[in-house]
Design a protein around this ligand. Structure first.
Ligand code: HEM
Length: 445
């Protein structure tokens, strides 16, 4: 492979330049979008932990391995920002979302939003999750060829409406909002960001108006009569000096949260139920734990369910819902001893980090026991929720949602998955595909 230099450091510097392959930018752009894990793995083998490609008119550094991921995301030198890179990636639909913010605004908004994720708040959400999910699982399709991802995606939308927004709406109204939610979420992944009729972005802009109006209408009521939903928590959140989020800020955060929570949780649950459908011994192990608890497990009980926890971790190791985490260098800096010039985009590719053979023996196999009592692994070896200041604020909620769904499914259903196409066809870890399951209802004990 012929290599080229990203930028030369000062002659007095001990830093090394980042190297990357010579090649056509369009092919790198295509690979970065369609198969980032394979691109990162091949660059690591040929160039090392820090390399770069040119794509979409930019030079993009790829940081591999837990040390580089930790250095980038912890950002001790305050050299990286989210605004420029997520503004570019998420367009105008999610402007002012917390992930697009940088210090000091980010710190203030994060402190306020954190109040929606305290242990007491999570206990409240857990009660709602149990009620909602128990009744929805009772209506899951049975027989052969059940599209499990479709069931889980619909369920995740119901969770958003009930636990985030706190509404149980009449069906036509719920359907209208769910359609708007879906269009909004799809706009986040849309490549074309011009408001041209027919594009995902255009539909997303329209959906944004529908969703924003609904949030704005509800805020005065949530401020007056708060409930146990997430929006009420944001309406009540307060700084030491009494300052609160404005109505417009709550709308922005709710809209972004909906986006951040939906596909990610759907992918995590899809991966868990796929793996359980393929591994009967794990299905029975987690089922035994589910039956040792009640049909309304508490957040603490689910957190202490060791088998459930290991299955969740292994399922998102193999299929991380966020395959790439990007940052933009806002000044000249260094990463892993390499010179990073101001303006460079740097990405960590979670999918390839999660399969480094020196950290994860037999990396492609589903082996939840690898998390049992594990204390020696690098803290950033398993990194589906990122790290540093922007680490996923909904991490504990995401586990509770996924574990509650699997808990109720295992108490009422059995399922098997005959084909491994889900894994074979999504090696890129970027297609949100599903699988067909053979589902039956357990006879009542
Ligand atoms: C398994 C499911 C999930 C995964 C794998 C996941 C992953 C991530 C990752 C990797 C980031 C950091 C991105 C970065 O640093 O650039 C992030 C941020 C975020 N996530 Fe999640 N997420 C999940 C579910 C959720 C849920 C359920 C919520 C809300 C309840 C949520 C809300 C957020 C928010 C608000 C941020 C931005 C935090 C900030 O900028 O300070 N996520 N998530």
């Amino acid at each position: 492979m012929r290599l080229r230099v990203l930028a030369h450091p000062d002659s007095s510097s001990t830093l090394r330049p980042v190297m990357g392959p010579r090649g056509l930018p369009m092919s790198a752009a295509r690979q970065l979008r369609s198969d980032p894990a394979r691109l990162a793995t091949s660059l690591r083998a040929r160039v090392g932990d820090i390399s770069f490609v040119s794509a979409l008119g930019r030079d993009i550094v790829i940081a591999q391995g837990p040390d580089a991921a930790a250095e980038l995301l912890r950002d001790a030198d305050r050299a990286y920002a989210n605004g420029p890179v997520y503004g570019f990636a998420l367009g105008s639909v999610f402007e002012r979302g917390i992930l697009l913010m940088d210090a000091p605004d980010h710190r203030r908004h994060r402190r306020l939003m954190q109040q929606a994720f305290t242990a007491a708040r999570l206990d409240g959400y857990q009660q709602r999750l149990n009620d909602l999910i128990r009744s929805r699982v009772a209506g899951f399709g049975t027989g052969s060829g059940v599209d499990m991802r479709a069931e889980l995606k619909a369920l995740a939308l119901d969770v958003a409406l009930d636990i985030f927004v706190g509404e149980r709406l009449p069906q036509p109204e719920a359907d209208r909002l769910n359609r708007a939610f879906v269009e909004l979420i799809e706009a986040g992944g849309a490549l074309v960001r011009l408001p041209i009729p027919g594009t995902a972005h255009f539909r997303g802009r329209h959906a944004r108006r529908v969703v924003d109006e609904m949030f704005a209408e509800l805020i005065p009521r949530r401020r007056r009569e708060p409930g146990t939903d997430l929006m009420s928590a944001l309406c009540q959140a307060c700084e030491a000096d009494g300052r609160q989020l404005s109505d417009a800020q709550i709308v922005d955060h709710m809209r972004f949260m909906l986006f951040a929570a939906h596909d990610t949780a759907t992918i995590a649950m899809t991966s868990m139920t796929y793996q359980l459908g393929r591994h009967p011994q794990w299905r029975e192990r987690v089922r035994a734990q589910a039956f040792s608890l009640s049909d309304a497990p508490s957040a603490a009980e689910l957190r202490e369910s060791a088998a459930m926890d290991s299955v969740f971790k292994e399922a998102v190791r193999l299929r991380p819902p966020v395959p790439v985490i990007p940052r933009a260098a806002v000044k000249d800096t260094e990463l892993g001893g390499h010179f990073i010039p101001k303006g460079t985009f740097v990405v960590v590719v979670t999918g390839s980090n999660h399969r480094l053979p020196e950290i994860w023996p037999d990396p492609d196999s589903f082996l939840p026991d690898r998390f049992d009592g594990d204390t020696t692994r690098h803290r950033m070896a398993w990194m589906p929720f990122g790290g540093g200041a922007h680490m996923c604020i909904g991490m504990h909620f995401a586990y509770l949602e996924s574990a509650t769904v699997v808990h109720h499914m295992l108490r009422h259903l059995d399922w098997t998955v005959a084909s491994d196409a889900y894994e074979r066809e999504d090696t890129a870890l970027t297609d949100n595909i599903g699988f067909a399951a053979e589902v039956s209802r357990l006879s009542p004990a």
